[in-house]
Each structure stands twice: as structure tokens, then as C-alpha cells.
Design a protein around this ligand. Structure first.
Ligand code: G3P
Ligand code: MG
Length: 243
């Protein structure tokens, strides 16, 4: 049986403030073999890892990520909202994450957060950095913006991409082919075992999100998914030990 990739969603976000270096490091300690994170762009063009377009929820600051320069973003506290033990955690850059994993064999799942805000040049910038860190073989780019993925596939067909979606796409392998993607990053309830089997016949893999309960993990492993995106990589690691 293939080894299911254990993607820590926004790092080990069940235990640490999401998308911080603490969360990424904890994910690896807990047995994650991959890290999923969300990529946006600061006003001065730095690739910054944060889920929401708005800063409010995780830093308390007003306004949008895109309207702040990197230096100002670095002055924000991205840990306290979760737990005061993490006071002073900063918003990481994509470079910092690459530095963390470059000497390891961790797989990166970089979600481009360009569903609402169009960041000009984001795709080129991310691809350039993946190549600079020699991470082509162990990075997958994902997005809910499938035009953006189609552009990635055109710019760098050697880098794998995964289409993110919430509901029941009809024959998603055919749709993924149109976009030029090989992976189906489906919301967990849009995954049924027959689809996983059929997708495999068409050369497509599933990496469902966000799967936090052990029975769901078991079902998806048995169905043959390639990876699972979870806030609790320790739970998945424990299951995978016996698979
Ligand atoms: O990449 C899987 C998952 O992260 C997509 O949704 O909102 O958690 O970024 P979201
Ligand atoms: Mg995400």
C-alpha cells in the first residue's frame, strides 16, 4: 500500500496558532510528512503565510494583508489570539517555511489564497521560489482559483497542482484535466470511495481536507487517497503506523 501523505493543515493548527513557524515545527514533531499553508502577498511584494485576507482574526490588526508592507506585518502578534503562550509569534514568509523544510523530506502544499483578491504575479513568484529552493519534486500548488492553477500549469508543468473544491464535482478527473491538474483537493464530504478508484484510473489523486476525526481518516485511507490534510497530524500519524 502507498504511504499516505500526512499534511499538517496550516501547520499543527489544532495545537498551535495556525500558519506560524511554531505550528509548522510542531506539525513535523507530531509526525506530519507534509505541510499545508496559505500564501498571500504583502504591499511590498513579500510572500506571506496567512489564511484570511483580513488581518483581524489572527493578529487583531485592521485591514487587509495586501495593504501592509512586510516590515509592518512583522510587528504584528499572530500567536496571542490562540493562546498567550504563543505571544510574539510572527506571520512567516514563504522563504522561512522553505528554510525549515529544505534539509528534510517534507512535502509542501502551497495554497494560493487568490480566490477573492487577485495578486498580480503571485504564480510566477511562487514558482520562482520553489525552483530556487530546488523543491519542484516535493511541492504541490493548490487553489480554489482554478484559473490561477491553469496558469501555474502553463508556467511550470513540472510542478504538481491540485484543484480545491467544496462540493460534488461531476467526474472531477475530467475537470482536473481541463485545468491541467493531477490532484483533487476535495472537501472531505465530496469524497466517496468509488470516486477515488475511478480517479486513479484517470491518473488523478485525492488529497481531501480538513479531516480531523479518526473514523473519517480511516475511511479515506481505505478508499485510497494519496494524502490527508488535517489539523491533528498526530492522530493520522498514529493510524498510518499500522497501515
Ligand atoms: O488546502 C486545504 C484547505 O486549507 C482549504 O481551505 O480555508 O482551510 O484554506 P482553507
Ligand atoms: Mg488552506
Amino acid at each position: 500500500m502507498h504511504k499516505v501523505i500526512n499534511y499538517a493543515h496550516r501547520g499543527a493548527s489544532g495545537y498551535c496558532p495556525e500558519n506560524t513557524m511554531a505550528a509548522f515545527a510542531r506539525g513535523l514533531e507530531l509526525g506530519a510528512t507534509g505541510i499545508e499553508t496559505d500564501v498571500q502577498v504583502s504591499k511590498d511584494g513579500k510572500l506571506v503565510l496567512i489564511h484570511d485576507e483580513q488581518l483581524k482574526r489572527t493578529t487583531g490588526a485592521e485591514g487587509l494583508v495586501k495593504d501592509y508592507d512586510w516590515e509592518t506585518l512583522q510587528s504584528l502578534d499572530a500567536g496571542t489570539w490562540f493562546n498567550t503562550d504563543y505571544a510574539g509569534e510572527k506571520l512567516p514568509s514563504l522563504e522561512q517555511l522553505f528554510e525549515l523544510v529544505k534539509q528534510k523530506d517534507t512535502i509542501l502544499n502551497l495554497e494560493l489564497k487568490n480566490g477573492f483578491i487577485q495578486y498580480a504575479g503571485l504564480e510566477e513568484q511562487v514558482i520562482t521560489m520553489i525552483k530556487r529552493y530546488d523543491m519542484v519534486e516535493r511541492t504541490i500548488i493548490s487553489s480554489f482559483n482554478h484559473y490561477s492553477l491553469a496558469l501555474c500549469n502553463k508556467l511550470a508543468p513540472e510542478i504538481q497542482t491540485g484543484i480545491l473544491y467544496m462540493e460534488g464535482l461531476y467526474e472531477p478527473w475530467n475537470y482536473a484535466d481541463q485545468v491541467g491538474s493531477t490532484a483533487l483537493h476535495a472537501f472531505k464530504y465530496a469524497v466517496i470511495p468509488e470516486l477515488v478508484t475511478e480517479a486513479a484510473k484517470h491518473g488523478k489523486i485525492y488529497n481531501p481536507f480538513t479531516v480531523n476525526e479518526v473514523p473519517e481518516m480511516k475511511m479515506l485511507i481505505a478508499a485510497g487517497v494519496a494524502g490527508i490534510i488535517t489539523d491533528y497530524p498526530d492522530r493520522l500519524a498514529a493510524l498510518l503506523e499500522f497501515n
